[in-house]
Ligand binder design. Sequence first.
Ligand code: LLP
Length: 383
Amino acid sequence: MFPPNFAAQFANIPTPFYYYDTALLRRSLAEVQKYAKKYDFTVHYALKANTNTEILEIVKEYGLGADCVSGGEVQKALDMGFAPDHVVFAGVGKSDQEIDMAIDADIFGFNCESPQELEVINEIAQKKGKKARVALRLNPNVEAETHKYITTGLNENKFGINLEDLEGVLELIKKSSNLHFIGIHFHIGSQITNLENFKSLAQKVNTIQEIFDTHGLFIEHLNLGGGLGINYQNPDSEPVAPFESYFSLFDQHITRRRGQQIHFEIGRAIVGQCGSLITRVLYMKQGSSKTFVIVDAGITELIRPALYQAHHHIENLSSPSTETAVYDIVGPVCESSDSFGKNRVLPITQRGDFLAIRSAGAYGEVMSSFYNLRPKAKAYYVA
Ligand code: LLP
């Protein structure tokens, strides 16, 4: 991940900054496509994980489509040259303007999350004399065993159409002359490491497909979402996510209909491990019971530890010491949640050292903010 002379090489670069290992990104993309092709699955990259132009260029080279959740992401995908018929637009609250733009762009389809959204898309398409392609995002009520903020497939979550409403929604689709039904969509959550949860999803999907059979509706596209987790504890032991097991599980457990296409929309597992947040130690501070390492990156660059109590592995890239000590690594922002790790064992650390906060390629830079008028961290790409 880092060359041995990293600290010398980046000595004069202002910190904090994001560092992307594009060779690792390519390895992940090659692997995801290898196994997707093996089972004849189609993968869309979930832009929300990382929308950097340099990253998207590489993703596009490997032939993935684009899964977008805002007009801004749809526009970015189109500007980057993703073919409109490889762009899908999901999200629980699409605005009229966003829908308008996506219909004009003739994207592959909308993943719709409520009856009212279907009515609005139908109306907007009607005014344009067009038919909009829609898939229904269904809430399967399946546990994902992940942080509650990134669990999306339970009845208590705002996402998807509840199964009790399905019959009504199918009637609505039948009478909406400007909607073209293309399939169904699921996404039960993110950072899912117990693959058994995907098996439960597959089983639920099989039962749901039978409801569509009774309506004589063919599900041409079955979109099983994303959510495959990565190893945050020990990123070097698993730099590439377990795509083979993930896809083979679905291949084994989904009852695929003849002629049916199966889609996935994967974000974190593709870009998570290739990015690190690099920060410099500003001060060492002895508290009454702890030693604080105060670094120049904060929640403004990486909010995941504060928001989801997420663990990110932290390395000291410049300490020559063979001795270790226990530290709390904290940022400069005036919030006690501005902390990257408690009780971490690092080589003896001092002012000026470079620390790498690992596995920050997904939901890192994209979630950064300007709080405290802090400037946007730059990004560097290494092949
Ligand atoms: N499809 C839908 C409908 C989604 O909502 C998401 C993620 C994905 C696909 C991609 O999921 P992935 O393969 O990346 O797990 N900010 C949080 C993660 C939010 C995920 C939101 N939805 C974090 O930092 O953990």
